[in-house]
Design a protein around this ligand. Sequence first.
Ligand code: UDX
Length: 432
Amino acid sequence: MKIDVIGLGYVGLVASACLAEKGHNVTGYDTNTEKLKSISKSDIPFYEPNLNELVRLTIQKQTLKLKKIENYGDLVADAIIIAVGTPLSKMGTLDISQLQVAIKWIISNYQNLPFIIIKSTVPPGTGEKLISQYQELTDKYISNPEFLREGQAIEDWKNPDRIISGSKSQKGYECIKEIYKNYTAPFVHSDITSSEMIKFASNAFLANKISFINEIANLCDKLGAYIDDVSKGIGLDPRIGPNYLIPGVGYGGSCFPKDVQSLNDLSMTHLQSFDLLQSIITTNQKQQLMPYFYLSEKFENLKGLKVCVLGLSFKAGTDDIRESSSINLINQLSNSEVVINTYDPVSIKNSKKILPDSVNFFDDPYDAINGVQATIIMTEWNEFQNLAWKKVYKSMENPKIIFDGKNFLNQKLIQDLGFEYFAVGRKIKSKK
Ligand code: UDX
């Protein structure tokens, strides 16, 4: 099929490269000339494992082409995927203006209106509103949400656990089946609003699982219970499942915080008080600052305390720092005049743009740790698990605290070395 993709951000570029690899004839469009230039040299402007290679390969095979969005007037395609950003506006609602611009551009630049597939995340009800605004979209509009995880996007695209779509016409569903004919995942086809709701409900449900297990972990700390065992025991119930039950310093990223907030907003707009959503948000805000609360309890005054924060991205495998727990924590610590050293394998460049000047950035984790009193792990990069902990112990100053915000270190090893270890819901076995 001839598929055009509008918006070569994270989702659009993954979609373009993966569909081109499957043999579709894909043209990726973007407004940003610099971005197009660097993508064509397979120098992707963000970090996503294996994406550079796939883009290079598909451009070489000529199944992927790149073009700037401008007035052509005579374009032809079987389907167009829109993957432009829908950021959270200052009002707390999703800003769909880029989507509106893309739709207008399509209407005035394609000879026969192709199917328009919306991958951008939009609040449920958006498709119907757009159709009432642009009636020519009625039989062409298809909602087709994505469920890609950053850091695993290529793998997720290639092995989807479901393909969700919503349209008014049967032909819309046939178009989706044709695009994804080489994938083995189950298809769920519905009306447009239900399809949009599936995306929001999925993300809110997963965020709910995380906030729930975080609160259970906090309670485990109070009671001296061990969250690893509790999570395992809960997760073995097939009605619950084992995933998204890892407690820690809360969730971040470009999706969960934005989607839960936006769903909360949507329900308020419809005068439904969906209290659970607000609780998920409140719990997460508190959880992101757990290390700060811990240090505040431990030290009378945080001013001048020397701390190393390891990890800046919202999770391992990405350089995305949007809504990152680490960034929020550093800002909080900085307000209390804590001396902050930090290291991350890929996110320093992005973080330097937004963190206070007083934060000290290092290219090496050992240099960042040297001389600090507390080391806080905020991102589960493998290399943090494999640090030479003996060396770390020697280089830190008393009281040598390790705050394992991702509950992923070998607790026994750390405690046996003499560190003061704290995690979330892993009961503290005192050395004394
Ligand atoms: C998420 C959804 O998983 C994906 O389907 C959707 O398309 C986009 O949003 P992503 O934001 O890339 O993907 O990250 P994900 O791996 O889901 O993790 C989100 C956050 O939850 C991270 O901050 C992560 O550290 C945290 N998390 C995840 C936990 O705290 N505990 C867990 O058990 C799992």
